[in-house]
Design a protein around this ligand. Structure first.
Ligand code: PBG
Length: 335
């Protein structure tokens, strides 16, 4: 006796594999592990400072001593790497972001402390100028224009200085043309053949960065927008062309930023280049989930896990996420 559904499906039933926890585990295609996580952190001057960031519930700015403690916990949980972002004094910020070239600036001192006290965790540093400029742009501003080549030259110098401090991976996020090749050459000339480059290959001119700008104190500073250097959210093919240049110039890893609204780009990048691809689940993505969870509108823990798994399904090798420690703790409980 054949019933109507069997007639229609030709006896194929997708639900057979979903019928129990054990079948579902058996057929699960993607898994999130602690090895997939990179934890972005905010550093402030001083000692014993842990400052909550209002727009990012659960995320703090930390002085270097407290960052070292947090990094030890992260390393113990198995998190492979941190990405550090500085919130420096306003008095140190200027038109050209000159403090990025100081060997003892906040970001380089943080790297030194991390490498000294928590040598097992990877340190990823950005060379964009926005934490260092008085105008909040990622590059040098000359007569209303973010000048490309001069910014690249400075970014390459900053990269070598960051490598001097012990940075393991340079992650340039300022989207200037030619930066990957120039930074690679500068690192190699300085003998830093083993320092890698994770290119923020496709960084979109996104509104999801809002809370981050509060976190590093550039929110009130930024004049205009970043549309002359970040990619238009409408453009997928242009993003792949931009990433292709970074691959040719020697990028070791590629990043897509923001993350969840750009899963198509993650997938296309992985397919096109086969390099390790990382998504940056940015501040606005984090805060949306936190805010809705705090209102009781969604189950925050489950949504957190689901978004991170979605990155894996989209072909990502890992995710930069402010949830990193929370996720690592949850994963270690699961065993
Ligand atoms: C800029 C930079 C941004 C972020 C990190 N570095 C974007 C911006 O402010 O324009 C965003 C990170 C986040 O939102 O979590 N170089």
């Amino acid at each position: 006796m054949t019933n109507i559904v069997d007639q229609i499906t030709g006896h194929r039933r997708m639900r057979r594999n979903r019928k129990a926890d054990w079948t579902r585990r058996l057929v699960q295609e993607n898994r999130l592990t602690v090895d997939d996580l990179i934890w972005p952190v905010f550093v402030v001057p001083g000692t014993n400072v842990v400052e909550p960031i209002a727009a990012m519930p659960g995320v703090n700015r930390m002085s270097i001593d407290r960052l070292v403690e947090a990094a030890k916990e992260a390393a113990d949980l198995g998190i492979p790497a941190l990405a550090t972002f500085p919130n420096i004094e306003m008095s140190l910020r200027d038109e050209t972001g000159s403090n990025c070239l100081a060997g003892d600036n906040l970001i380089n001192e943080a790297t030194r402390a991390l490498k000294r006290h928590v040598p097992s965790i990877g340190v990823i540093t950005d060379v964009a100028l926005d934490p260092f400029t008085s105008h909040g742009h990622d590059g040098i501003l000359r007569e209303g224009e973010i000048v490309n080549d001069e910014t690249v030259e400075q970014a390459a110098k900053a990269a070598v200085i960051q490598a001097d401090a012990g940075s393991d991976i340079i992650a340039p996020s300022e989207m200037m043309d030619g930066r990957i090749g120039v930074i690679r050459q500068a690192l190699d000339d300085a003998g830093y053949q083993n320092v890698g480059i994770m290119s923020y290959a496709t960084k979109f001119a996104s509104a999801f960065y809002g809370p981050y700008r509060d976190a590093i104190g550039t929110g009130g500073l930024l004049k205009g927008d970043k549309k002359t250097y970040y990619i238009d959210p409408a453009n997928g093919t242009e993003a792949i062309r931009d990433a292709a240049l970074d691959v040719e110039e020697g990028a070791d890893m590629l990043m897509v930023k923001p993350g969840l609204p750009y899963l198509d780009i993650c997938w296309r990048m992985k397919e096109a280049f086969g390099l390790p691809v990382f998504a940056y689940q940015v501040s606005g993505e984090y805060s949306q989930i936190k805010a809705a969870a705090m209102n009781g509108w969604i189950d925050g823990d489950r949504v957190m896990m689901e978004t991170l798994l979605a990155f894996k399904r989209a072909g990502c090798d890992g995710i930069l996420t402010y949830f990193a420690v929370e996720v690592a703790r949850a994963l270690s409980k699961r065993g």
